[in-house]
Design a protein around this ligand. Sequence first.
Ligand code: 13P
Length: 344
Amino acid sequence: MTEKLADIAAAMVAPGKGILAADESSGTIEKRFDSIGVASTEDSRRDYREMLFRAGEGMKNYVSGVILYDETIRQKAKDGTPLVDIMKAAGSIPGIKVDTGAKPLAGQHSKVEVVTEGLDGLRERLAEYHKLGARFAKWRAVITISEGTPTWNCIKANAHALARYAALCQEASIVPIVEPEVLMDGPYSHHDIDRCYEVTEWTQRTVFRELYDARVALEGMVLKPNMVIAGQKCAKQAKPDQVAELTLKCLKATVPSAVPGIAFLSGGQSDEQATENLSLINQIGGAPWRLTFSYGRALQAAALKAWGGKSENVAAGQRAFTHRARMNSLAALGKWNVQQEKAA
Ligand code: 13P
């Protein structure tokens, strides 16, 4: 492994900084825009993301890197500056989502399991993305808890794909974010925190075994896991300190200390819940890796709402984004509290 991969990975999880996931596919961003009554066009998507990337202090102080979608890494701001240059000027590393989405897994009984695709042609795409400025990438695998799932077949297929992706990234001098997401918004009401723990442990163990087989250098990657948390449909919800305790316990049992950092996804938690849980995890202390955020929804929801698709609201959107980024930065240091949340 080159020194460089380890340097990039370390910068991605620098103290008090985290990653902005702004890599929504065209379908997903359309859903987000629908919620504020804005049509999703190439220009509206550009305007929205340009607003975030130009959020001065919010980007500079709290965001180490941004995960982009294929369209965005090629896009220019309204004044013609490449969006990639805007985030670089703010000190953020450009990253790119390279999977092509989760598709139904063949041969299953449950009809809920998916496997992430995108390995074909990935070597060539990574070379191009590197030229476009990307220094890290993301691949999201999805594991669904329901009656009778996940199956070993699903976990194994997704872990194997993650490892092949990660090895290709490192070959291209790109740091892989390895994201095995055990969904919290599954359909199953018996999905309590203990079931989440069990499945997350099984998934992480399998992923690290596959990474080893694929000769992935752990020093040059970042893990992006779910927190250990009850499913949204479960009547028995766990308290934040239990989420923190079990999340850290599960990661300690499965993630080698050679991994420089772990950046959580928010997965459908509310903004404040995602921040509080991260802060509590960090407050426990004693972890061998940095623990930070790589949030999509939990970093963007307030900004999206404040913006509402109107150019006169850009400053308000940026203020909302900066506030969320600052709260999560404090959480990454284990220093967030409700008073700071409300003081803003
Ligand atoms: P959420 O934080 O909205 O779950 O998104 C993070 C992400 O990048 C999922 O792949």
